[in-house]
Design a binder for this molecule. Structure first.
Ligand SMILES: [Zn+2]
Length: 258
């Protein structure tokens, strides 16, 4: 990934996606925000105990850095629910709203909408259809992986936007890596079909699970980029729920240019 500093924010970008001027995207570090410990400092999540005013300031800073005003987000519940943002759907116009609904993936072909996923160890998976001009942002923690929300999102893109999966580019963002994703109770928590992804010490490779789920959905392997950055190992850069307990959520965003 490429680290960029812009307009008082710092964010990572996928090398495969940054080549396309039609889209903007970024995985923001926890730096250069307004929140105080334990949310220091670019926390984008309401309801964690951080001051709402700080969260909104942080979200506006992200929108400013990306140059897209309308920030669209979901109430994330570790489901397999995919939300489609239609061009006709009235959403935020003042940067103060933008809650699309309850779900864990957002898809749109509307320009000037920044799709945001909030993270602290879970994966954000960014998708871009280079032909149909559609973008998606997926929240996939281990529960999302079990429910294959990545594959379901690809299916929604096919159904709603006639996407051909072979035209999709995917980026799997900083998240809990196989170095740290220990599941002591995996026999109860993780279905047996995913046990082949278990490494030594009951550690699971959820990066490989997402890669294979996307590939099974038709996305070519060479179109899938892994950040290979573990949040637990990099709390100086990103929030990690497993490493820190009470902490903030960092932002992953993608949007189509107008
Ligand atoms: Zn790690």
């Amino acid at each position: 990934m490429i680290l960029t500093h812009k307009n008082g924010a710092s964010f990572y970008q996928f090398e495969s996606l940054v080549k396309f001027s039609e889209i903007r995207h970024g995985i923001f570090t926890r730096h250069f925000g307004n929140s105080s410990p334990p949310f220091e400092s670019l926390n984008v999540s309401l309801g964690l105990g951080d001051a709402d005013a700080h969260v909104w300031q942080n979200r506006r800073a992200i929108a400013r850095a990306m140059g897209i005003h309308d920030l669209i987000y979901a109430e994330q519940v570790h489901s397999e629910q995919v939300l489609v943002l239609n061009p006709t759907m009235p959403v935020s116009d003042d940067g103060g709203e933008g809650l699309l609904g309850i779900g864990d993936a957002i898809v749109t072909d509307s320009a000037d909408k920044l799709l945001m996923i909030q993270l602290a160890d879970c994966q954000s998976i960014l998708l871009y259809d280079t032909h149909q001009q559609v973008v998606a942002n997926i929240h996939s923690g281990w529960r999302g992986s079990i429910r294959n929300i990545a594959g379901r999102t690809v299916a929604v893109m096919q159904r709603h936007f006639q996407s051909d999966p072979s035209h999709l580019l995917a980026g799997i963002g900083p998240s809990l890596g196989p170095c740290c994703a220990e599941f002591i109770h995996y026999r109860n928590e993780i279905p047996e079909k995913l046990w082949p992804y278990k490494k030594v010490g009951n550690h699971f490779d959820f990066w490989a699970i997402s890669r294979d789920q996307l590939n099974d959905a038709g996305v070519p392997l060479e179109n899938i980029e892994l950040s290979n950055i573990c949040t637990f190992c990099n709390t100086a850069l990103f929030f990690s729920y497993r490493a820190e307990g009470q902490t903030g959520r960092f932002a992953s965003v993608i949007g189509l240019n107008g």
